[in-house]
Design a protein around this ligand. Sequence first.
Ligand code: ADE
Length: 248
Amino acid sequence: MKIDILSIFPEMFTGVLESSILKKASDKGAVEYNVTDFRDFASNKHKTVDDYPYGGGAGMVLKAQPIFDAVESLTASNKSLKPRVVLMCPQGERYTQKKAEELAKEEHLIFICGHYEGYDERIREHIVTDEISIGDYVLTGGELASMVIVDSVVRLLPDVLGKVESHEQDSFSTGLLEHPHYTRPSDFRGIKVPDVLLSGNHANIEKWRSKEMLRRTWERRPDLLESFSLTKEQEEWLKEFKKQDERY
Ligand code: ADE
């Protein structure tokens, strides 16, 4: 996969793209990152990339020209490849694991990161394929948001995570949150690991884990269960949790 990022603060990306799994992924050739300072594409002599809004009002607006030219320069060498062009903004669709899985299937992603009150609407209308928000809060710019997306997409690419870090059991990919985890010692300051995990009985361990995944999801994110089809056994477990909860 090729990932292009357009930002006037390219230095923000170095630590993130050059550490840990994101670095390993590019070392292995699974992904190629390229951060472009779109100020280099500003056509005016002061290299400004923003301007006052037509109609007046507070804040500056990111100009269409540097973004159009920067995106066109990234696609010029192969016009048949149609990249996904993602605009980072708080008004975009809310980011989810499902969207990460969808983006991970693409060959080329371009992220546009702005620091402005707004983007010239023609960028949205003619260049952008997706507008994404990482949550209902406002950041100073799209850079951190794009890094969140790059991180969550790259870890899904084939052969990026080893078996140990596998993403198949991730919270959200299964539709449920993960079950609790424990490691040695089995008794830490008198706080014990559940007996079943020490029993060596794999069937019982799997059943305990499935039940705790459901419990955790029900306790913390009941909204996830609205679109989840429960097995008979899970329905029984839910009844049991509700019985144990005095609110029910
Ligand atoms: N830019 C500013 N705030 C943002 C958000 N919440 N998500 C994506 N991009 C943003």
